[in-house]
Ligand binder design. Structure first.
Ligand code: ADP
Ligand code: MG
Length: 703
């Protein structure tokens, strides 16, 4: 368990660099601590002043007579190191380094930052920053506002960490404006010590925090992030905005998988596997957070829409359907209850359109009836304000209708000047309030996705003890000894077999007679293909012939193909392989990201990969649940699952190959990129087998 209590629950705080100028950073932090009524002691430290902000000021932290848990450091960069030493001698247990000019400025700054961290570690001090805005803890027993933010947050369930200082400030402002209450805030800065992962673990234990928001620019330790989020997100939703790109897509790739692995796949996969709800923008972060902070998680996807105007009702319906939600017809009883209260022209099926004259009491009846309908999981209610209808009274009606309801109620108030009052009323009553129906639908869809995550089995990580990595490493070594970074088809297929992945029966032939004998042993028809470390895209150069039916055809294929191949690669040989007679072609692949580790890919073969780029990525380590979900996440998945009269593929067999590939990549770091294209996915009872493999070794440099 991460203990950050010295940071968030200090008994005494020193502000080092507390200036008498309220508008300097140090001055603002001291002012905020006092103005926010911090529940512990506050000590300004500044050698040039004897009193700051009516408090006795000390020349150094060591001169303070009482113990100090937390020091906020806002001194010029050249003094940070000596201040850290002084904090160490004083017995300070945590510091927030506001000062900038470290890692973010280049090599000299990086070196200085390392020194600062070294001193912190030496004294057992936890450090936030440097180059950050500070921290806030809204717990009424603490009331720590140790940042130079000018915002005055409300207390509430939302913990928020930001890797960007300025954006953190902007998001805090928006939280205040939207009435979203905060539990803790951390501006992480350069993350020299305390990381986003540490905060997640701390917030997991914090009773005030029910929802975690993160603005991320980079991952320090993606594997740990995955592990922590998988656990934490089962209890507390985590919503993250990630900006920036990974390096995966930056280099030219020899494999299909490498070329398809875009900049963002690793991040997207990491979020999918860890249950983190990804917001694509700050705006969406707020759309989601508004609902997650106040609403229960729906049990299903069935939405009732209650509106006073047709247009927005249709917009909401369209948005819901597009996002995979349902708008079922309301039950007979519910319809009757509503009909009894509304205008005769109203429509009471779903959406319930109560027409422009709808009043607060009518909203109350309709919202309550929808909420009590067992066939409804969530309610979106829309009010388009009109001159003659009083917004606040409609708000009261909605509040009463939703009272005691254990389903999410999302309100769209498309208002006029009097709406502000109405919106405040509804927010105070714990409703999620939006302007646009599409936003309510998006938020609801995110709540539903989270429900699916909660219900998804955690999955287990299988260990395959029949993967022979020693044999794989022998193949790698032999290739390296010949100065090669690419394996031949023969070697690549052997690698798969050592990983326990079935390959369609095959033999290598160096001569025409061997080729003919191989075909006879395998049984006709056969496929002939060139095995070479140089010719990797075989069919592009006539290096694959399918449907060979006789000895004569095999002999001719050998002569013609080998003559062409050996002109380019004297070591080329021929692989004779049994031809697949059934099965759907799928592609499996793996690549390696410097930061994220092995990245696995799945897709349906042919045009689905080449044209549609319909592929799904996941990061190592995959659980069986991840492999399951990965296959089903492909848009063309129905074609494997019996759509259009196709046979249903043995999905468990494909899952097993994915998991074996994941483990092979983890256990053999020399394998850089690997494609199985195609794998013939067969119906249950028939073998699922690879027909082609390509392996590129990891670059030697830097390993
Ligand atoms: P490459 O990808 O280097 O061009 P492949 O070995 O993948 O070479 O062969 C190209 C295509 O030929 C495959 O995508 C598949 O459609 C077909 N093919 C290859 N081997 C077999 C086989 N053993 N049985 C049936 N079809 C095959
Ligand atoms: Mg191929």
């Amino acid at each position: 368990m991460v203990d950050l209590d010295a940071l968030f629950r200090p008994r005494a705080v020193a502000v080092i660099g507390a200036s008498r100028d309220r508008h300097s950073v140090g001055g603002a932090i001291l002012h905020n601590l006092l103005a926010f009524e911090f529940q512990g002691q506050v000590f300004p430290v500044n050698p040039k002043a004897s009193v700051v902000h009516s408090l006795k000021c000390y020349p150094t932290v060591e001169a303070i007579p009482d113990p100090v848990d937390l020091a906020v450091i806002a001194v010029p960069k050249p003094h940070v190191l000596e201040v850290m030493e002084s904090c160490g001698r004083k017995g300070v247990r945590a510091v927030v380094v506001i000062t900038a000019g470290f890692k973010e400025t280049g090599e000299a700054g990086r070196a200085l930052e390392r020194e600062v961290v070294r001193v912190a570690k030496q004294h057992g001090i936890r450090l936030v920053g440097p180059n950050c805005m500070g921290i806030i803890n809204m717990d009424p027993g603490v009331r720590l506002q140790a940042s130079f933010s000018a915002n005055e947050p409300l207390a509430g369930p939302v913990a928020f960490s930001s890797q960007s200082g300025a954006l953190g400030e902007a998001i805090l402002a928006l939280l205040c404006e939207r009435g979203l209450g905060l539990s803790m805030f951390v501006s992480l800065g350069n993350k020299a010590d305390v990381s986003g992962n540490d905060l997640l673990e701390y917030w997991e234990q914090d009773p005030q925090t029910r929802l975690i928001l993160m603005y991320l620019e980079s991952f320090g330790n993606p594997q740990r992030f995955l592990e922590i989020c998988q656990r934490v997100s089962k209890n507390k939703p985590i919503i993250a905005v990630k900006s920036g790109r990974t390096a995966a897509g930056a280099r030219a790739a020899a494999s299909h998988t490498g070329s398809l692995a875009g900049a963002d796949n690793a991040v997207e996969s990491l979020f999918a596997q860890s249950g983190v709800i990804r917001a694509t923008s700050i705006e969406e972060l707020f759309v989601f957070a508004t609902a997650f902070a106040s609403q229960p998680i729906p049990r299903g996807t069935r939405v009732a829409i209650v509106t006073n105007s047709g247009g927005p009702g249709i917009l909401a319906t369209d948005a819901c359907i597009e996002l995979g939600l349902q708008i079922p017809t309301l039950s007979e009883t519910t319809q009757q209850r509503i009909r009894a209260a509304v205008a005769p022209e109203a429509s009471v099926t779903n959406p319930v359109d109560m027409i422009a004259t709808a009043t607060g009491p009518q909203y109350e009846v309709a919202v309550r009836a929808a909420a009590e309908d067992p066939a409804v999981d969530a309610i979106i209610t829309i009010f388009t304000s009109l001159e003659m209808i009083d917004g606040p009274s409609v708000a009261q009606g909605i509040i009463r209708g939703a009272d005691g309801c254990d389903k999410p109620v999302l309100v769209c108030f498309m208002g006029n000047v009097r709406s502000r009052e109405a919106i405040d009323l509804m927010r105070q009553a714990g409703l999620a309030v939006y302007v646009f129906p599409e936003d309510a639908a998006r938020a609801l869809a995110a709540l539903v996705r989270y429900r699916h995550w909660l219900e998804r089995p955690a999955g287990v990580r299988r260990w395959f003890d029949d993967i022979d990595e020693a044999a794989v490493n022998d193949i790698v070594r032999a290739a390296r000894d010949q100065g090669r970074g690419q394996l031949t088809l023969v070697e690549a297929q052997q690698v798969l077999e050592h990983a326990g992945i079935t390959v369609l029966p095959w033999r290598e032939a160096q001569t025409r007679d061997e080729a003919v004998a191989a075909a006879g042993a395998l049984g006709y028809p056969v496929v002939a293909k060139i095995s070479s470390a140089i010719i990797v895209h075989k069919s592009e150069v006539g290096g694959v012939r399918v449907g060979l039916e006789s000895e004569a055809q095999v002999a001719l294929a050998f002569d013609e193909m080998m003559a062409a191949a050996r002109a380019r690669d004297e070591h080329a040989s021929l692989v004779v392989q049994r031809q697949a007679t059934h099965g759907t072609e799928v592609i499996l692949g793996a690549t390696r990201d410097a930061k994220f580790g092995p990245l696995l890919m799945f897709g349906l073969g042919g045009i689905f990969v080449e044209v549609m780029r319909d592929v799904v990525f996941r990061v190592h380590p995959l659980s069986d649940a991840d492999a399951r979900e990965m296959i089903r996440a492909a848009k063309s998945f129905p074609l494997l699952d019996g759509a259009r009269g196709r046979p249903r593929a043995d999905l468990a067999a494909i899952e097993a190959v994915i998991l074996r590939l994941d483990q092979l990549m983890a256990r053999c770091p020399d394998l850089g990129e690997l494609d199985i294209n195609p794998l013939f996915a067969s119906p249950a009872g028939l073998p699922t087998a690879a027909a082609d493999a390509r392996v590129t070794l990891s670059p030697l440099a830097g390993r």
